[in-house]
Design a protein. Structure first.
Length: 158
């Protein structure tokens, strides 16, 4: 069992740093406990402007963005974040050489998730159409984020 838990650790599946953009930070106890245990680096931004500033200088593996922020909509923030977060995967000046340029689009990359208090079909469609990794409804746990990086059971032959 010990090797199973190691194989499913956040770091083993490429999640080293998580940024949560939400004015209400007390909703993420699971994430805080993992950070206190040294399982992941965790960073909070309470508004959109601080998230944009952080995205310009910091590489995270997952971004959880609340749909409603004090200074803007989480959807408006997506437009500002996407260029920094997604470009960081292939630009060695932004993040270092994480993947080979001949394999762009393959391998692990940063994911932005929109997080909402209640499910709304329009919001899910808007989020997915914008190209984010997912649309999540609270409560959010680390297991949900972990599941986005777990290898799928289906193998594809090249």
């Amino acid at each position: 069992m010990d090797s199973f838990s190691h194989d499913n650790s956040l770091r083993s599946i490429g999640i080293n740093e998580i940024v949560i953009v939400d004015a209400t930070c007390d909703r993420y106890g699971d994430f805080v406990q993992a950070a206190q245990a040294g399982e992941v680096g965790l960073h909070f931004c309470v508004d959109g402007r601080s998230a944009v500033r952080l995205s310009r200088r910091f590489r995270a593996d997952a971004w959880l963005v609340a749909s409603d922020l004090p200074d803007m909509s989480g959807f408006d923030l997506l437009d500002m974040l996407s260029s920094h977060v997604l470009q960081g995967d292939v630009d060695p000046l932004l993040s270092g050489a994480r993947i080979s340029l001949d394999r762009v689009g393959h391998g692990r990359h940063a994911g932005i998730f929109i997080v909402s208090d209640t499910y709304r079909l329009e919001d899910e469609q808007r989020a997915l159409a914008s190209g984010v990794a997912g649309y999540l409804v609270r409560p959010i746990t680390l297991d949900v984020i972990r599941a986005t990086r777990m290898p799928s059971e289906v193998s594809v032959l090249s």
